[in-house]
Ligand binder design. Sequence first.
Ligand code: G6P
Length: 481
Amino acid sequence: MASTHGAEVLVASNRGPVSYELREDGSLHSRRGGGGLVSGLSAIGPDAGAVWVCAALGDADREAARRFEGDRRLPADATGGQQVRMLDIGAEVFHDAYNGIANSVLWFVHHMLYQTPLEPVFDAEFRRRWASYEAYNRAFAQALAEEAAEGAAVVVQDYHLTLVPGMLRDLRPDVRIGHFSHTPWAPVDYFRMLPDDVAEQVLRGMLGADRLGFLTRRWADAFTACCEEVTGGLGGTRVGVHGLGADADFLRERAHRDDVGERMAALREEIGTAPDGGPRRTIVRVDRTELSKNIVRGLLAYRQLLEDHPEWRERVAHVAFAYPSRQDLAVYRDYTAEVERVAAEINERYGTPGWTPVVLHVRDDFARSLAAYRLADVALVNPIRDGMNLVAKEVPILSDGGCALVLSREAGAYAELGEDALVVNPYDVTGTARALHEALTMPDHERAERCKRLTAAATALPPTRWFLDQLSALRDEPAAG
Ligand code: G6P
């Protein structure tokens, strides 16, 4: 099946670098996505002949996948010249695999999100969805097998595609297969909530790879512990750690464009000025409205700060952006409503005619996020569990005045930033309120010094290097300098 004209490098991920929108007149409009993987892959450039295989996520993507099926590639003008193959897996199978298994089961297991007295329930409905997850993984494995040149390097991404390495290994024993997890990995007792055969299938699927990558040593060790207990070890598979850093060059350039300047002016209006006429201190958080991001406890900690330290009233504002995510899942919609409810309650309780304590926005706007980063005095990143968390790295890089970072010890970023952040237990609302106070009262020179070191750590492994290091390791080459 190996094609002599196949690609030497392939990437596979659920979400690709482009998404489509279908207009009423039937025309398709493409939008290029951001994020570490997109910039990482752009490092090898369109000329390298790499192919990126991704799924069609919605109706418009499926329409695009069908229209361009004959070419097996999306048009180059939509992808910045990258070769992208978008797979139409069928709306129902996709829904069951993505929402029903990847986001409701595997994401929940790795982030330990179940309310265990009632969840999870692995019944016949789960088995039906699991069959879709298998079919969806098989579609990827088959597409990759068709596209790969003899001996090619294939890098598979994340929990959506855990079965792909094993399936691809069966179809194409000649290729080198890597898999990278962008999430935490569950502790073994928690992981073993999965039905035994499913737990084993996930691990054996991943062990089909030559090399597995994780964001921190902690997640890599948790995976290894699961294998020791369930499959009797890693077999021949190697495990490595690559802590994805922020793309500082891109961010700095993007954050100094006019649209960001305009949003900074608008945000300053919303934040307002302190009674003495000076600017209000600004605590910033930016997240997907994601259960694991712990937005509600973050708001409760801010409320407690206002309660315990009335001197901050009128002198501080909490800019909280909680962007829509996975809204097909009821539990995410409910969480969004809870975030809005708690923010409104704080504004009602403490707000004054000239002061809105929580400036909450729930509509996605990248330029406005960058504007908030630049204005931040304090960044609040308090997830209950997070693979890495790039916001913790991005805000220190962009904050104009140098920010303090309040950081959960359960974020992967803690391994790299822990020394210069104010570290919190994410469940401890009182402790988080205390850390916010400490961050707001940190002497300027100390904040500047810490922020400088945070920035250095945050940029240590930019996406390009992160991606190329994985490729080198997969090919047994020495890492790029
Ligand atoms: C996490 C996952 C990614 C995913 C992203 C956004 O960072 O590791 O694989 O793409 O969340 O989630 P979504 O479901 O919108 O793709």
